[in-house]
Design a protein around this ligand. Sequence first.
Ligand code: SAM
Length: 227
Amino acid sequence: MDDPACDPAALDRTYRYFRPINAVVSGWRRVYVRHLRPHLSVHEPTTLLDIGSGGGDVPRALARWAARDGLRLAVTAVDPDERAHRYVTAQPATPGVEFRQASSGDLVRDGETFDLVTSNHLLHHLDPDTLASLLAHSAVLARRLVVHADIERGRLAYAAYAAATWPLARRSFVYDDGLASVRRSYRPHELAAVVPPGWDVRTQLPYRLLLVRDVTDATAREEARHA
Ligand SMILES: C[S@@+](CC[C@H](N)C(=O)[O-])C[C@H]1O[C@@H](n2cnc3c(N)ncnc32)[C@H](O)[C@@H]1O
């Protein structure tokens, strides 16, 4: 799906399939309950930026959960890929979610900030320099907390994903690209070895990594700004 010349119908189906796949494998409900919901309020609006939103299902789910809990959350979801932007803006709108075609670097250049910053399945896509930039961007963009969620590489994760998505292999990129993602993803100690100080690697069952940074400390934000 990273190939700009890939089949657009298969790409659209891939974005569509991300929703049930993320619902089963990504554990975002737990991330929302444990890490994000404690920052939300009935009275004060909280802003959240989702970086690399792809098919948009994770930011839409976060906005729906907050609304169901009666909490005020304004979600901005960005992805520079014009095909992703075309897909998400062709879907029915979700109240509380704004999709923008932009990269994390664009937002830093514009001086924007958000209370909370998240991403899903982004870290393993990035080479070391781009990962360093993304982490610096997210620490500058966040006023309170960053949570980057990704796959934890593992044989069982690979086998289970292969078995579950094999039926979709011919109609989308979910099978081949998903397995490549599992192969490229980190084990906890590998991720801990490549991130700068201040980032905390946590695991979540099954086979999930969370890279978390609390930026409420002014020193942490200042360090990130100069990283
Ligand atoms: C594998 S997709 C993940 C999509 C979605 N988060 C999900 O879980 O289904 C990664 C996305 O990140 C986007 N991306 C990569 N670097 C980015 C950056 N610096 N800022 C915003 N988006 C970025 C890519 O265009 C791609 O669509």
